[in-house]
Design a protein around this ligand. Structure first.
Ligand code: FE
Ligand code: FE
Ligand code: FE
Length: 167
């Protein structure tokens, strides 16, 4: 279902659509991260990916909880944005043979993912507040904080080690 279909009439519909989009994206990320862990060489980068895989599983659980609290069946709508970001990451990873450069590419791809998630959870937080959905709001706030912390951690790893070794 595209975002400009006739299935979305109200702000509530749009909110639910966004929730299903993020649900799709988190599952897609949970599938992609093990491949990124396998390809990463930097121990710090690997460790960050491993930690975030565990967080991603928790975030999927929070989305399940949100669907439950809203009384909606947990389901996905295809997020073409995350499909595109991950496809791009896989293409770059497939073309780089230098391990240090590959780490820099994987790290950059991961940050693109985090920025997408920050945008989406930021919107869910704002809409949940506006629509008075206070029981699900903390769930989105927790995940938003984790995505931001992961992005900051990745920036530290890029600045501290990965980009220096690659350059
Ligand atoms: Fe996430
Ligand atoms: Fe999306
Ligand atoms: Fe994330």
């Amino acid at each position: 279902m595209g975002i400009f279909t006739k299935d979305i009439h109200t702000m509530d519909d749009l909110f639910v659509h966004q929730l299903k989009d993020v649900y799709y994206a988190e599952h897609r990320i949970a599938k992609a991260l093990p491949k990124m862990i396998a390809k990463a060489t930097s121990p710090a980068l690997r460790q960050a990916f491993e930690a975030h895989l565990a967080e991603t599983e928790t975030q999927i659980g929070r989305l399940d909880e949100a669907f439950g609290k809203l009384g909606i069946k947990a389901e996905s709508v295809t997020c073409q944005a995350i499909d595109g970001i991950i496809k791009e990451a896989e293409e770059v990873a497939g073309e780089v043979d230098d391990k240090a450069v590959l780490d820099a590419g994987l790290l950059a791809a991961a940050q693109a993912v985090e920025h997408y998630e920050i945008a989406r959870y930021g919107t869910l937080v704002a809409w949940a507040k506006r629509l008075g959905k206070h029981d699900v709001l903390p769930l989105f706030e927790k995940s938003l904080a984790e995505e931001k912390a992961t992005d900051a951690k990745l920036s530290d790893i890029a600045g501290g080690e990965v980009n220096r070794k690659a350059a």
